[in-house]
Write a protein that binds this ligand. Sequence first.
Ligand SMILES: O=C(CO)COP(=O)(O)O
Length: 255
Amino acid sequence: MSRRYFIAGNWKMNKTSSEAAALAQGVVEAVGNVSNVDIAICPTFTSLETVEKIIEGSNVKLGAQNMHFEKSGAFTGEISAAMLRELHCAYVILGHSERRQYFKECDCLINKKVKAAVASSLKPILCVGETLEEREANKTIEVVSTQTKGGLDGLTAEEALKVVIAYEPVWAIGTGKTATPAMAQEVHAEIRKVLAGMFGENVAEKIQILYGGSMKPENADELLAQKDIDGGLIGGAALKADSFAALVNSAVKLA
Ligand SMILES: O=C(CO)COP(=O)(O)O
């Protein structure tokens, strides 16, 4: 496969800076030398600087969990792309279902953030995924296609190559319920078709599409073995260095 595997940890609103430092240290010790798989950890804003100092010089990259699309200004409580770049963030998670659900983020807003991230040389990890209700109404492909198109609207093919997509079925996040490898593969293949339609097949073949939703060491091998699953965006299992390392090692075996 020409695409590299990518394992990213989304720590969500967990870990104080001192706790984050300990976890980052554990991750670096376990997988900091891995070179054939892309690895990132995404702590809270308040821990970015601390974590960056720990992972510096290793193969573990830094990511943030959100950002504002404006460069600066009167946006109390918000963080800009330039602020993240100065802390050496390489990635930013955008459009996570928790942001869509609890903070009412829509495709149009997420699209502005994706464009602002790319313009600042931050790689967006654009999250898409259906709710249980949408899956039961057979709307999975429609929802995921709309979110993918909406999030990437107006990007050039060259810009699209800087984006990572994460398919995260909402009903699988934090629930212990995982999409079966076949279910996930089906949606990943559809996302790649949407990308091919927007940017051409050559570009679509190069874009990493991660799976997220109760991914853990016990189910990772089978998920990662699917043709269009290029890695994982990990929540709960990324909060312990040993389980995160086990996930990275699943990818290492297949790489
Ligand atoms: O939302 C997720 C990653 O962004 C997945 O979370 P869990 O791995 O805890 O299900």
